[in-house]
Design a protein around this ligand. Structure first.
Ligand SMILES: CC(C)(COP(=O)(O)OP(=O)(O)OC[C@H]1O[C@@H](n2cnc3c(N)ncnc32)[C@H](O)[C@@H]1OP(=O)(O)O)[C@@H](O)C(=O)NCCC(=O)NCCS
Length: 178
C-alpha cells in the first residue's frame, strides 16, 4: 500500500470522516493522538507519552512495512485532525495478522472503530491472511464488545499480565479466522 492512499469517506454527525493510509506528514497529528490517549490513561499498551523522535522512528518503520505489504494501516481524519488509527502487522511465516486500534476520546461510540476494523479485515482477507489476533486488557469493555461484535473470540488469557492503577489486570488474546 502507498502512503496517503485514500480508502473511503463517510459522514458522522455532519462531519466528513476520511479513511486513508498514513504518511510521514501525519507525524505530529499521530503523536498528538497517541499522547491524548496516554493523558486520559486509556487501556492501551503505552503508559508514557511518546516523543516526536520516537514516533518518527516508529512511523518511518511503519510506512516502510506498509509499502512492502507487511502491514495494513489506516487513519481516520476529520477537518485535518487525525482522530483514529488502526493497523495490522503480519507476523512473518504465520499468516496471522496482529491488529491494534485507537480512537480519540470525543469520537468514540460513533461507529468509527468498527468501520476501520471492517476495512482492515477486508484488506487482510484480500491478502490471504488466515487468522487475525489482538491483545486487550480484560477491563477494556468497550474494546472487547467491539471486537466480539466483529467475530473475535477469546483464545487465551494471560493472568495478571499488567499492573495498572494499583491492580493486576489479565490480558486477553482474541482471534478470528478469515
Ligand atoms: C475500542 C475502540 C477502538 C472502539 O472504537 P469506537 O469508535 O468507539 O467503536 P464503535 O463506535 O464502532 O463501537 C463501540 C462499541 O462499544 C460499545 N461500548 C461502549 N462503552 C462500552 C462499555 N463500557 N462496555 C461495553 N460496550 C461498550 C458501544 O456501545 C459500541 O457498541 P454497539 O455498536 O454495539 O453499540 C475505542 O473505544 C478506543 O479507542 N478506546 C481507547 C483505546 C483502546 O482501548 N484501544 C483498544 C486497545 S486493545
Amino acid at each position: 500500500m502507498k502512503p496517503n492512499l485514500f480508502i473511503e469517506e463517510f459522514t458522522i454527525k455532519n462531519a466528513k470522516v476520511t479513511l486513508r493510509t498514513p504518511s510521514m506528514d501525519d507525524l505530529i497529528n499521530l503523536t498528538l493522538l497517541i499522547n491524548s490517549l496516554v493523558s486520559e490513561n486509556a487501556q492501551i499498551a503505552f503508559t508514557q507519552k511518546v516523543t516526536i523522535e520516537s514516533e518518527r522512528e516508529w512511523l518511518t518503520h511503519h510506512i516502510a512495512s506498509l509499502e512492502q505489504n507487511k502491514s495494513i494501516s489506516i487513519i481516520a481524519e476529520i477537518n485535518n485532525e487525525v482522530i483514529a488509527s488502526s493497523e495490522m502487522q503480519i507476523q512473518p511465516d504465520t499468516e496471522i495478522g496482529i491488529i491494534g486500534i485507537i480512537v480519540k476520546k470525543n469520537f468514540r461510540n460513533l461507529g468509527i472503530g468498527t468501520r476501520m476494523l471492517k476495512v482492515i479485515i477486508a484488506q487482510a482477507n484480500q491478502r490471504g491472511i488466515k487468522r487475525l489476533r489482538l491483545h486487550v486488557l480484560a477491563t477494556n469493555n468497550p474494546a472487547i464488545h467491539t471486537y466480539a461484535a466483529l467475530g473475535f473470540t477469546e483464545t487465551q488469557r494471560i493472568t495478571n499480565q499488567h499492573f495498572r492503577d494499583n491492580q493486576y489486570i489479565d490480558e486477553i488474546i482474541m482471534e478470528r479466522t478469515l
